[in-house]
Design a protein around this ligand. Structure first.
Ligand code: NDP
Ligand code: 2IT
Length: 458
């Protein structure tokens, strides 16, 4: 890890940050993603905590970086050829100070405890920013759903839920989707939870519309990131219409980010998956989008097929950040945009960036964007729309009603606006620049910290 303190910090804050991070790294060896996520928060929160000694005296940040508990378990299942397979799964229950644990499940071969701790930690702040009563959690498994049959995915999900069901509940911990976990996986997990408990409750979100799901949940993260971008641009009296935009990913978040961008008149010129990216200089229009959505959601195909279908360029093994654009939306995965990518985007005239994925920018990239004083919407603010509508799904389940599409979308817009206002409240530099990273980190921190103070030494 590079030297930790940032140049803009005073020496007391710099020393505390160095000491704090050294301790955290020592206590959590071999967890680089977790270290990175904590450092990004600590760079903002430590100066604030030193100005507000009640948080420092109560060791709030130290306590907040230690999960309440982590459940680790084996998931054994049988594949279609009769082979017995074993995976590892986790649920990281990080912090429940402001509500029951809430956060997605990720199924991907790269899943480790470090990855889920970074995601669970981020979720504390993100959920706090939404204004809804949700604590922070994340879970997942190193299971790879790619190339598996529906029956194999079902058997895996059922086996996983046998153990997970002991640790979750509608007032305890409410999982949802993330990479590799969509409507299909949520359906299998919810079905198994019902069999095991004989109760129909809102224990998972992202459910199908036929069994307690919410309208707009599927679209919420992507739409929310675009609404957040619009809120940021309004600070400069600007908008989305007519902008050239790069998007990475082509999963749940990327697809609905693209859909909303098209609707608002932007020209989206890229999309990607883990194998490469397409560059369509004419822009993905509504017709091409419908084809892309079918390719990814129904046929589970590869992004290279888009280039074959529409005769545009496909760049194998590359990421889209060299393509000139005014707005960028990284929507695939963590650390997909590094310091060099950031410099290239800035040199090509980038105006604003909103993170649809969790921690897609490396720390170098974050610092480059902030140093260039461009509008930078960090993940915990910009992609909070997904978990926000999950919170609305829980409310509808508890009330035993379903709101209309318009009603949920209106609430989503209001929540994204509220998050943006919180970023301005805590991130306004006073010289015309809003540092949304600091705003989101401190804005998310304060509510959780105040709850923890109220509980005493727990
Ligand atoms: P999906 O599984 O639907 O899609 C993931 C996309 O990212 C795919 O295009 C996938 O390509 C690509 N991808 C995954 N891993 C890698 C990798 N290692 N390198 C390059 N590309 C990769 O997931 P989501 O769209 O739900 O999630 C995307 C991001 O958004 C994640 O960071 C997630 O944590 C975050 N997020 C998701 C929310 C949600 O509601 N779903 C809410 C808030 C944040 P391929 O198909 O080739 O694997
Ligand atoms: O990272 C995230 O916020 C999600 N994957 C959504 C979590 C949720 O509970 O809807």
């Amino acid at each position: 890890m590079t030297r930790l303190a940032t140049p803009s910090m005073n020496s007391a804050a710099g020393e505390k940050l160095d000491r704090f991070m050294s301790g955290l790294i020592k206590r959590n060896p071999g967890e680089p993603e977790f270290h990175q996520a904590v450092q990004e928060v600590a760079e903002s929160v430590i100066p604030y905590v030193l100005e507000h000694p009640k948080y420092d005296e109560a060791q709030i940040l130290e306590r907040m970086t230690e999960p309440d508990r982590i459940v680790i378990f084996r998931v054994t299942w049988e594949d279609d050829d009769g082979n017995i397979r074993a995976n590892r799964a986790w649920r990281v229950q990080f912090n429940k100070s402001i509500g029951p644990y809430k956060g997605g499940m990720r199924f991907h071969p790269s899943v480790t405890q470090s990855l889920l701790k970074f995601l669970g930690f981020e979720q504390i702040f993100k959920n706090s920013l939404t204004g809804l009563p949700m604590g922070g959690a994340k879970g997942g498994s190193n299971f790879n759903p790619k190339g598996k049959s529906d029956r194999e995915v079902m058997r895996f999900c059922q086996s996983l839920m046998i153990e997970l069901s002991r640790h979750i509940g509608e007032d305890t911990d409410i999982p949802a989707g993330d990479i590799g976990v969509g409507a299909r996986e949520i359906g299998y997990m919810f079905g198994q939870y019902m069999r095991l408990t004989n109760r129909f409750t809102g224990v998972l979100t992202g459910k199908g519309l036929a069994f307690g799901g919410s309208l707009v949940r599927k679209e919420a993260t992507g739409y929310g990131a675009v609404y957040f971008m619009r809120n940021m641009l309004e600070l400069k009296g600007e908008g989305i219409d007519g902008r050239t935009v790069t998007v990475s990913g082509s999963g749940n978040v990327a697809l609905y980010c693209i859909e909303k961008l098209i609707e608002l008149g932007a020209k989206v010129v890229t999309a990607s998956d883990s194998a490469g990216f397409i560059h369509d200089p004419d822009g993905i229009d509504a017709h091409k989008f419908a084809w892309l959505k079918d390719l990814k959601e129904i046929r589970r195909g590869r992004i290279s097929e888009y280039a074959e279908q529409f005769g545009c360029e496909y760049h194998d093994g590359k990421r889209p950040w060299g393509v000139p654009c005014e707005l960028a939306f990284p929507c695939a995965t963590q650390n997909e945009l590094n310091g060099d990518d950031a410099k290239r985007l800035l040199a090509n005239g980038l105006v604003a960036i909103a993170e649809g994925a969790n921690m897609p920018s490396t720390l170098d990239a974050v610092h480059a964007f902030l140093d260039a004083t461009i509008l930078f919407g960090p993940a915990k603010a910009a992609n909070a729309g997904g978990v926000a509508v999950s919170g609305l799904e829980q409310s509808q389940n508890s009330l035993r009603i379903s709101w209309s599409r318009e009603e949920v979308d209106r609430r989503l817009k209001d929540i994204m606006k509220g998050i943006h206002e919180k970023c301005v409240q805590f991130g306004d530099d006073g010289n015309g620049y809003v540092n949304h990273v600091r705003g989101a980190n401190i804005g998310g921190f304060v509510k959780v910290a105040d709850a923890m103070l109220a509980y005493g030494i727990v």
